[in-house]
Every structure is written in structure tokens, then in C-alpha cells.
Write a protein that binds this ligand. Structure first.
Ligand SMILES: NC(=O)c1ccc[n+]([C@@H]2O[C@H](COP(=O)([O-])OP(=O)(O)OC[C@H]3O[C@@H](n4cnc5c(N)ncnc54)[C@H](OP(=O)(O)O)[C@@H]3O)[C@@H](O)[C@H]2O)c1
Length: 275
């Protein structure tokens, strides 16, 4: 069980993801609002976050100096500048959590001087507390800090700890980018429903509930996806006809190719961000 006694959690970047984490921390009562501080250059964002009762500032240095746990939540393209600005200002023993896509632990160490680093690959459903986060930690992260990290990450949804940074590139191609694959499939199915004559809101409801129900069914039954698929596929029936078209079109191989392409790109972009 994580304890946050006397801990101030700071955020550099107060955007969508920072807000999701902050709301999770407050919802679960892990950290009182007065022990959360977020820095963001946008006054509108600061005013928005201040409504949660937390402290806000335009100064990243102020956020960092107050923090014993620091969450890096800026876009990847500004991270290098931010870390260079903050290098050497990190309080001793500060735990750094990075949700920034592609930012390597060794770069965070080099530019920020952080030894206790947790790197996280979240995904966009985190914005509604239904994220899938994969994370890893450096050896300098103490057991107590690891539990703090786990509690913070769990505020975004489900989490899995992995013993190696390379798993984060792999996770990028499955859970990180996965929502985009599924949204494309959802969009295509809704359009198909409209094409055969459903009103768009009806097609949306049919598709979204079918996706949600299928996920719940798969999780709760624990059955292999093929067994679940066979349940709907009667001999010579309608589903069999549709599945034949999908297999003939190469859907299975296409998805594998897409995941592999994402994995390769993730490794390539990660190598660019290395120092
Ligand atoms: N959104 C997701 O679901 C998701 C999923 C996986 C990973 N991530 C990662 O999470 C990180 C944050 O994403 P996000 O969606 O929360 O982005 P976001 O909403 O754009 O938030 C980033 C915030 O940082 C601010 N900012 C810009 N420059 C800054 C600086 N120098 N110092 C401090 N703050 C600065 C931005 O202000 P301006 O708008 O004025 O630039 C913005 O308010 C990204 O690195 C992304 O890779 C996000």
C-alpha cells in the first residue's frame, strides 16, 4: 500500500494527461490538493487546474523544487528544452515519473540528473480512467517509491510493470497506439451500418455497445477469442460469410503488419531522442 505522507506531487505540464492523473489522485484521496503543484505556461490551463484546489505556477522550477515526486507531462517535442532548463534543480531523492512518449530513461538521467525514474507508456482511454499503462523503473527507485508510482499510474486505469525499457516500445505498438486501431475499426463499422440504412446514432450505439459487450464477455468468460468467435458462427450462416470476407481480405495479417510497423517506428523515434 502506497503512502504519500509529507509527499508533494509536482507536474511539469498541466495538460490533459496531467489533469487525468491529478483527478485520479484526488478521487482516491492519495494526496490532498494542497500537496499537488502543476506548472504550465498557459494561464487558462492553470486557472482550470486551480479549480481542483491544487497549487499552480507558471514556473517549472517552482514546481520541481517543491516536489518529492515529479511527473513529466509535456509533449515530447518540448521535453528536451524543459529538462535542460531544469537540469540540476531536482531535489535529492526525487522520484521522476515520465509519461512522455519516446523519452528514454538514459536521456532523462543525462539531462535532468534523475536517478530514480519511472517511465510509463499510457494510452488515451486514461482520460476516462480506463487506460492501459505499461511501466518500468530504474534500480534507484526504492520499494516505497515504486508503490507510490504504482498508485499514481493506477489512477489512469489498469497497469502492468515490466522489467526492461524495451517492453515499452513493444507496448506502444499494442496498447499505446491500439486505441487508434480500434477507433478506425469502430468508425468503419459505423459507416458500414449507415451504408446499409441505419441512422448514424443508431449505428453508433450498435457498434459501441457491441465492442464494449464483446470486451466484457471476453474478460469475464476467460475463453479464447476463437472459442467466442465460434459461438457466433453457425455453419453456413451469416457470420461465417462475413468472417470469410475478412480473412480473405487479410485482416489478421494486416493487423500484424500494422503492429510491427508501429513497433519499428517506435524504436526508430526512440533512437532519435537518445543523447
Ligand atoms: N493524451 C494521451 O492520452 C496520452 C497518451 C499517451 C502518452 N501521452 C503523453 O503524455 C504527454 C502529455 O500529453 P497531453 O495529451 O497531456 O498533452 P497536452 O494536453 O498538450 O499537455 C501538455 C501541456 O504542457 C504545456 N507545456 C508546453 N510547454 C511547456 C513547458 N515548457 N513547460 C511546462 N508545460 C509546458 C502545454 O501547454 P501548450 O498547450 O501551451 O503547449 C500543455 O498544457 C505527452 O508527452 C504524450 O506523449 C499522452
Amino acid at each position: 500500500m502506497a503512502t504519500f505522507d509529507g509527499v508533494t506531487v509536482g507536474f511539469v505540464g498541466g495538460g490533459i494527461m496531467a489533469e487525468a492523473v491529478i483527478k485520479g489522485l484526488l478521487r482516491q484521496g492519495l494526496v490532498p490538493p494542497e500537496r499537488i503543484i502543476a506548472s504550465d505556461p498557459q494561464e487558462a490551463r492553470r486557472a482550470h487546474l486551480a479549480q481542483l484546489g491544487i497549487r499552480t505556477t507558471a514556473s517549472n522550477a517552482e514546481s520541481v523544487s517543491a516536489s518529492s515526486v515529479l511527473v513529466l507531462a509535456v509533449k515530447p517535442q518540448v521535453l528536451r528544452g524543459v529538462m535542460t532548463e531544469l537540469g540540476g534543480r531536482l531535489p535529492a531523492g526525487c522520484l521522476v515519473l515520465s509519461i512522455v512518449a519516446g523519452a528514454q530513461i538514459r536521456t532523462i538521467y543525462k539531462l535532468l540528473g534523475a536517478e530514480a525514474v519511472v517511465r510509463i507508456m499510457p494510452n488515451t482511454p486514461a482520460q476516462v480512467g480506463e487506460g492501459m499503462s505499461v511501466w518500468t523503473a530504474t534500480p534507484a527507485v526504492t520499494p516505497a517509491q515504486r508503490e507510490q508510482a504504482r498508485a499514481i499510474i493506477a489512477a489512469l486505469g489498469a497497469e502492468i510493470y515490466v522489467d526492461g525499457e524495451h517492453y515499452l516500445d513493444m507496448a506502444t505498438s499494442l496498447s499505446g497506439s491500439g486505441p487508434a486501431y480500434l477507433f478506425l475499426i469502430i468508425e468503419a463499422l459505423i459507416d458500414a451500418g449507415v451504408q446499409i440504412g441505419f441512422a448514424r446514432p443508431v449505428a453508433e450505439q450498435l457498434v459501441l455497445q457491441t465492442v464494449r459487450g464483446s470486451v466484457d464477455f471476453a474478460q469475464q468468460s476467460g475463453l479464447h477469442p476463437a472459442a467466442l468467435r465460434n459461438m457466433v458462427t453457425s455453419p453456413g450462416g451469416t457470420t461465417a460469410a462475413a468472417l470469410h470476407v475478412l480473412e480473405k481480405g487479410g485482416l489478421r495479417a494486416l493487423l500484424t503488419d500494422a503492429v510491427l510497423a508501429c513497433y519499428e517506428r517506435s524504436k526508430y523515434l526512440g533512437s532519435l531522442s537518445e543523447e
